[in-house]
Design a protein around this ligand. Structure first.
Ligand SMILES: CC(C)(COP(=O)(O)OP(=O)(O)OC[C@H]1O[C@@H](n2cnc3c(N)ncnc32)[C@H](O)[C@@H]1OP(=O)(O)O)[C@@H](O)C(=O)NCCC(=O)NCCS
Length: 200
């Protein structure tokens, strides 16, 4: 299926077709606004550090140009060779053109065998949950990972984030460890999960 322009309609869909495609520069404002609109509990679960106009920090500023440049396919090709960090960002867009879901792979390093090592993040706006969007984003992301020769994907998830853990397990991620994640000065126990791409 063509990742660039694929429409999903799920059984439980509210009758609103949602389009999943690679992120474009024009999506950036809506993406940040969607993140800002999330309740605090969601931000505890998902705080990549480079989303939301309310969360601007040194890290946010550092990663913004990489996120922007990664949204141009031709520049991304170049970044894959030159930059230690590259994003593969996907968005889910509703009929009004607003971002209602976001998922990304962040390529962190190249392994000795030439394979790419990446981390993953995913979020669906609250009113669009439970209709299969998270799963669809995940499937498209894994498709993209195979295309870009990513071999390993790691993620961390708070131990009480039951929905996300179920989503990850459903797509073949396995628990490989535990770490502490800090949010607003408090530590939260998190699971480290891993998927070897292509081993399904
Ligand atoms: C996790 C998240 C992305 C799931 O998105 P979604 O669009 O609701 O997911 P889907 O409807 O595609 O459901 C996919 C799977 O997630 C799990 N899931 C979704 N809703 C669930 C619920 N209420 N209870 C338990 N599991 C649930 C299930 O495994 C489900 O698959 P199944 O229905 O076949 O069992 C969404 O809840 C979210 O954005 N949460 C806040 C941000 C976050 O936690 N991100 C992950 C950070 S590590």
């Amino acid at each position: 299926m063509d990742i660039e322009n694929s429409e999903i309609k799920t059984e439980k869909s509210l009758g609103t077709p949602i389009n999943i495609r690679e992120m474009r520069l024009s999506d950036l404002k809506s993406l940040h606004s969607m993140y800002d609109s999330l309740p605090d509990e969601d931000k505890r679960f998902f705080h990549p550090g480079f989303l939301g106009y309310k969360s601007i920090s040194f890290y946010w500023l550092l990663f913004q140009p990489i996120l922007v440049l990664s949204s141009f396919k031709s520049i991304r090709r170049l970044l894959l060779v030159l930059s230690p960090i590259v994003f593969l960002p996907l968005v889910a867009i509703n009929k009004k053109g607003m971002v209602v879901g976001f998922a990304y792979l962040k390529i962190n390093r190249r392994l000795r065998n030439g394979c790419l090592h990446s981390s993953l993040g995913i979020v669906v706006e609250k009113s669009s949950r439970g209709i299969g969007l998270g799963s669809e984003l995940m499937e498209r992301l894994l498709e993209l990972a195979r295309k870009e020769k990513i071999c390993e994907i790691y993620l961390t998830v708070h131990s009480d984030n039951i929905k996300a853990i179920r989503l990850y397990k459903k797509h073949g991620f396995q628990e490989v460890g535990e770490i502490l994640d800090w949010w607003k000065g408090k530590p939260f126990l998190s699971k480290v999960m891993k998927k070897v791409v292509g081993k399904d």
